[in-house]
Design a protein around this ligand. Structure first.
Ligand SMILES: [Zn+2]
Length: 254
C-alpha cells in the first residue's frame, strides 16, 4: 500500500509496500484506508492515510513521486489520491445531510438518508497545441510558477462539446481562431481530479492578444527560442515535444 499524509506520499524504498514494511509508529496513526472499503473498491491501488504529525519521515507530493519513481507510480499514486481525497472531503449528503456509506456494487457512495448516489468527481479539460507556420503558441498563465510558458488549456463547461470548449477558450484567452483540430491523447491529472484531453490545432485567423487576466503574455515560438516549458510528466510537455519532433528534427536548443 501507499501511505499518504494530506497530499503527500511517504518515501519508502519502494512507493508501495505491504504492511510489514511500514514503520509501526505510522501504522498506529492511520485514520482511513482503502482496505476498509467493500470488495468492489479493492481494484484501486491500495492506500492508507495517516494524521498530520509524522514530520520525522520523508514525504513527497505527486509531482515529486513522478520525479522519483516515474510514470507508472505517478499514475497509481494519482488514482489512489483522487479516491482518498474525494472520500475524505465528502462525508455527508449535499441534499439531506445524512452520512454517506460506500456502495458494494460499484465505487460510489449511498446516502443513508435519502438514497442519493455520489461518484468521484472528474473534471474534463482541454489542452491544445496551436501552431502557425512552424511556430508554437506558448503563453504565460498568471497562476504558473515563475516564468514558465505552456500551451493553452481550459475546463469544459456544461453543455459544451470538446470542440466548442477549444473554440471558446482560445478565443477568450488569446483572441484567435483555429482550424484542423485533431485529438492527440489524454492524461489523468490528479490536481485534484482533472482529465486532460490533448489536441493539436492550426492558427486560422486573428492576431494574438492575451486576455491579460488568465494569460499575462503569449507568443509564437520556434524551439530555438522556447522559454521555460513544463516538465515531461505532463501532457502539455508531450504535446510540445510532438510539435518539435514534427517541425524541427534538430530538437530543442540545448
Ligand atoms: Zn441524502
Amino acid at each position: 500500500m501507499m501511505i499518504f499524509k494530506g497530499d503527500k506520499l511517504l518515501v519508502l524504498e519502494r512507493p508501495e509496500v505491504d504492511r510489514s514494511a511500514v514503520p509501526p509508529e505510522l501504522l498506529e496513526r492511520i485514520i482511513s484506508s482503502s482496505f476498509d472499503l467493500p470488495e468492489v473498491w479493492q481494484d484501486m491501488p491500495p492506500w492508507s492515510e495517516v494524521d498530520d504529525v509524522c514530520d520525522e519521515f520523508e514525504w513527497v507530493d505527486l509531482r515529486g513521486a513522478w520525479q522519483r519513481w516515474g510514470d507508472e507510480v505517478f499514475a497509481r499514486a494519482g488514482t489512489a489520491y483522487q479516491y482518498m481525497n474525494w472520500l475524505r472531503s465528502v462525508r455527508f449528503c449535499s441534499r439531506c445531510a445524512s452520512p454517506l456509506s460506500p456502495r458494494t456494487e460499484d465505487k460510489g457512495l449511498d446516502c443513508t438518508g435519502c438514497g442519493k448516489v455520489f461518484y468521484a468527481p472528474l473534471q474534463p479539460a482541454v489542452i491544445v497545441a496551436v501552431e502557425r507556420e512552424g511556430k508554437l503558441l506558448l503563453a504565460h498563465n498568471s497562476r504558473m510558477p515563475n516564468k514558465r510558458y505552456s500551451i493553452l488549456a481550459g475546463f469544459v463547461e456544461p453543455g459544451e462539446s470538446l470542440e466548442q470548449t477549444i473554440e471558446r477558450e482560445i478565443k477568450e484567452e488569446a483572441d484567435i481562431e483555429v482550424e484542423d483540430v485533431r485529438y492527440f491523447g489524454s492524461q489523468s491529472w490528479p490536481f485534484p481530479c482533472s482529465l486532460m484531453l490533448g489536441f493539436t490545432a492550426r492558427w486560422k485567423s486573428g492576431s494574438l492578444r492575451p486576455d491579460g487576466v488568465e494569460l499575462s503574455d503569449a507568443g509564437w515560438f520556434s524551439p530555438d527560442e522556447f522559454p521555460d516549458i513544463p516538465p515531461s510528466v505532463s501532457i502539455s510537455r508531450k504535446l510540445i515535444d510532438d510539435f518539435v519532433r514534427r517541425h524541427h528534427p534538430g530538437g530543442y536548443r540545448e
